[in-house]
Write a new protein. Structure first.
Length: 492
């Protein structure tokens, strides 16, 4: 129903709803020159000034006064929708932080099982922090509307399904990089006793600025016996719970007589995602028929499909071998855990590159150091200069990636004890940039004793190392760089 307000009235309403400030309304009215102008004129002006989003403006003009703010987070516009919930881009007016807000649909708020499942997703997400997993910041119920919501890190970009629809298929290097990053995230969650249970292209987000892959939606995640996470859940044999699970997982595990929560199922479906990235085709027939998806033949036929169609679609022997082990029907024939998969992906990438070791940058051996403590800066400069390095220092972790992209260096040391969590991000970003450029860089991350939990956020990489203080010495750092750096080390 349309709202019966003029420009001034709609502006005052937007202020009461917490969407804009009174000063912004006054400025807009001055620009309009007529307080009694139609409400639509005021709304469109505020949209042009980027003080309202079109989604907010249309709701205002319909007279809708609910659903703009949840738990203090302002909703800006809808970015995704499903039968279970809707996802909005939002922000925190107090800090300006951009977030994604997942809201449980109103029709499920009285369904205890759906509410428990939704809250469980948020609680699980808050226990895991990794560069390749979307972080969950909060899970709550709005005191005013009663709506349940989850606040997550916002990834600027789209999901892998969007990328494939636009590109049809990806290069082997792009595909394997995305696969490796997903496997890194799975390895981290598996180490905490969690499996994902819903691996598919729409649950892999791709950051537009870096191309980084992030797993999202652990709502169907399974907690294994060794998990350090303790949450209440219903028995696996409950038929109602089974309906909420991804049917393909249930079909595969029924066909192979495996319990739910087997990480090898995640590896299997990550293999189907890789095949689609490489070929633009699906490895299994697409159907919404639940009965057909529960048939064993749907999964036993996959290996034959890969052998018969893979070569014709351009898959080379290294890719075929990797895929065959990921989507083997028998769980014992697959990679047994994500860490094994990460190692196999790295070997495959090296083989596709012709077996040659990635090259290092030319010129004198250069060490880039991220350190905020002045005395430690001096120590790094003196010690490593004496060891034959050209030393460049910065206090800003973000400069590590920028400098590497502008002029590659041979080695990087990041002291997270003084630069904080951004140091972990820089560690991951530089290793990823080197991989993308088929370059090698030795990267060492130093953590304080109270930062050991961050270790799990750091990428596992053959040219990366994480050292935890106390006990980290300059001698140890030199030795670690020697071990990580290709070619003859410069140390004396």
């Amino acid at each position: 129903m349309s709202v019966n307000l003029d420009a001034s009235g709609i502006g005052q309403l937007a202020v009461r709803l917490g969407l804009i400030t009174l000063d912004q309304v006054r400025d807009a009215l001055d620009e309009l020159g007529d307080k009694s102008a139609p409400a639509a004129d005021m709304v469109r002006l505020l949209e042009r000034k980027r003080q309202l989003t079109p989604w907010q403006g249309n709701k205002l003009l319909k007279g809708d006064t609910d659903g703009y703010v949840l738990g203090g987070y302002r909703l800006l516009y809808k970015i995704a929708s499903g039968s279970f919930g809707r996802v909005y881009r939002g922000d925190d007016p107090r800090t300006g932080q951009v977030v994604a807000v997942k809201v449980l649909r109103n029709k499920w708020t009285q369904d205890k099982q759906k509410v428990d499942l939704f809250r469980r997703e948020g609680q699980l997400g808050m226990t895991i922090r990794h560069a390749n997993i979307v972080s969950v910041l909060a899970v709550n119920q709005d005191s005013k509307t009663g709506q349940y919501f989850i606040v997550m890190e916002f990834v600027e970009g789209g999901n892998l399904r969007d990328l494939l629809q636009a590109r049809k298929k990806l290069t082997p290097d792009e595909s394997l990089r995305i696969l490796e990053e997903c496997a890194q995230g799975l390895a981290y969650s598996n180490a905490r006793g969690l499996t994902h249970r819903d691996i598919k292209p729409t649950n892999i987000l791709i950051a537009v600025s870096t191309g980084q892959a992030k797993l999202v939606d652990f709502g169907l995640a399974e907690i294994t016996e060794n998990s350090s996470v303790h949450l209440q859940r219903q028995d696996d044999r409950d038929d109602d719970v089974a309906v909420d699970r991804t049917v393909d997982y249930a079909g595969l595990e029924k066909a192979t007589n495996q319990k739910a929560g087997d990480v090898r199922s995640d590896i299997y479906f990550l293999g189907t995602v890789l095949y689609e990235c490489l070929t633009g085709a699906t490895l299994m027939p697409v159907t919404k028929d639940r009965q057909a998806r529960m048939q064993a033949r749907r999964y036993t036929d996959v290996e034959d499909t890969l052998r018969s169609q893979g070569p014709a679609l351009g898959l080379t022997p290294p890719l075929l071998r990797l895929l065959a082990k990921m989507v083997a029907f028998e769980p014992a024939e697959r990679f047994q855990n994500p860490t094994q998969l990460v190692e196999a992906i790295q070997a495959c990438r090296a083989e596709l590159a012709g077996g040659a070791v990635a090259r290092g940058p030319s010129g004198p051996k250069t060490l880039f150091v991220v350190e905020q403590n002045q005395k430690l800066q001096d120590a790094f400069r003196d010690k490593f200069k004496a060891a034959g390095y050209r030393v460049i220092l910065t206090i800003d972790p973000n400069q590590a990636l920028r400098r590497y992209q502008q002029q590659a260096y041979h080695a990087l040391i990041i002291d997270a004890r003084t630069v904080g969590r951004e140091g972990v991000t820089a560690f991951n970003d530089v290793l990823r940039a080197a991989d993308n450029a088929s370059m090698e860089v030795a990267v060492v991350l130093i953590l304080g004793e109270d930062q050991t939990g961050w270790r799990r956020e750091a990428r596992t990489h053959q040219h990366g190392a994480v050292l935890v203080d106390p006990g980290v010495t300059m001698k140890q750092l030199l030795r670690t760089l020697d071990e990580l750096t290709p070619g003859d080390p410069p140390t004396k």
